[in-house]
Design a protein around this ligand. Structure first.
Ligand code: ADP
Length: 284
């Protein structure tokens, strides 16, 4: 029998008032007391259930349904966003997944309202959308590096909350995950990239300068968690120094979000008996 959470991640990881990033233990595994091997088994089980629920969601979309799920992934470099995509989304049919990565805005994107490229990337009905980085970069990297005046980024928290409420009201369940890696663990992961030729491609010299701004990033993340964790779009603070824990937690959050739609199979839009008769009447 697969081991279970002592407290489900919706409860154990949901950001509540008073959450303090600076004092959080990022090697902890809140709500899970069975270690890594059991976590790997549990994730496999959750993946099966996620896959089944996702197939109903996809069928719903094919039948014109508008429900969708959006997983927003944020985290510092090396926090493990790519691993979540591989190890969690990798458990479901890629047809039903709509993955979008948000990097440095193009010139055209910079000339548009910051939420425009995000709106354009929202999942269609029936899909699980995944944002690898998101509109939150517009109050994280942008804030830390003062890429726009303070008054501009200050106004964005409310704009984001309004936007997410609209998205939610249109039928998309939003799950926001902050993958929280410690500075020491990040250093170790960057160091590893320099040891291994198969990881050089992930290494970006600029990331090493960026990590010197750690404290300011931490403040920017704290502001995001304080100001944008809402009833319709809560943040989950996922300690990510243990990659296996982050994957376990996100797998379960996603499974619950898709199952929580409680979708049945769409009814046939044709006469089943008539179709059986027609098919049976054919000569081969
Ligand atoms: P990753 O680092 O996730 O592997 P990239 O190499 O494409 O992917 O890096 C994305 C970069 O784009 C990050 O440094 C991120 O901070 C930056 N970025 C994303 N959104 C914005 C934005 N709105 N404004 C400025 N920079 C952004």
């Amino acid at each position: 029998l697969a081991k279970s959470w002592s407290t489900p991640p919706e409860e154990a990881l949901r950001v509540a008032a008073g959450f303090d990033l600076a004092s959080a233990d990022l090697s902890a595994t809140p709500g899970w007391e069975h270690g890594e091997d059991a976590a790997v088994k549990r994730l496999r089980k959750d993946g099966e259930r996620l896959g089944e629920a996702q197939e109903r969601l996809y069928a719903h979309g094919r039948a014109g349904g508008t429900r969708a799920v959006l997983l927003v992934l944020q985290g510092m470099d090396t926090a493990g966003k790519g691993g979540i995509v591989r190890h969690v989304l990798g458990l479901v049919d890629p047809q039903g997944v709509q993955l979008r990565s948000f990097g440095v805005p193009t010139e055209k994107e910079r000339s548009q309202p910051f939420l425009q490229r995000i709106r354009e990337g929202l999942p269609a009905g029936g899909r699980i959308g995944v944002f690898d980085r998101s509109h939150y970069e517009d109050v994280l990297v942008v804030r830390v590096n003062e890429l726009v005046p303070r008054a501009v980024w200050e106004a964005r928290y409310d704009q984001i909350n309004t936007f997410e409420r609209e998205v939610s009201e249109a039928g998309t369940v939003i799950v926001k995950v902050a993958l929280l890696v410690s500075a020491q663990e990040q250093k170790a992961r960057l160091r590893e990239r320099l040891e291994r030729p198969d990881k050089y491609w992930k290494y970006n010299p600029g990331d090493v300068d960026e990590r010197l701004k750690w404290v300011r990033y931490q403040e920017a993340y704290q502001a995001v968690l304080d100001r944008t964790s809402t009833e319709v779009a809560p943040w989950y603070a996922v300690p990510a120094d243990n990659k296996w824990f982050a994957r376990l937690a996100v797998g379960r959050l996603l499974r619950d979000a898709v199952e929580g739609l409680h979708l049945g199979w769409p009814p046939a839009d044709f006469d089943v008996e008539e179709e059986k008769a027609r098919l049976d009447a054919q000569p081969f």
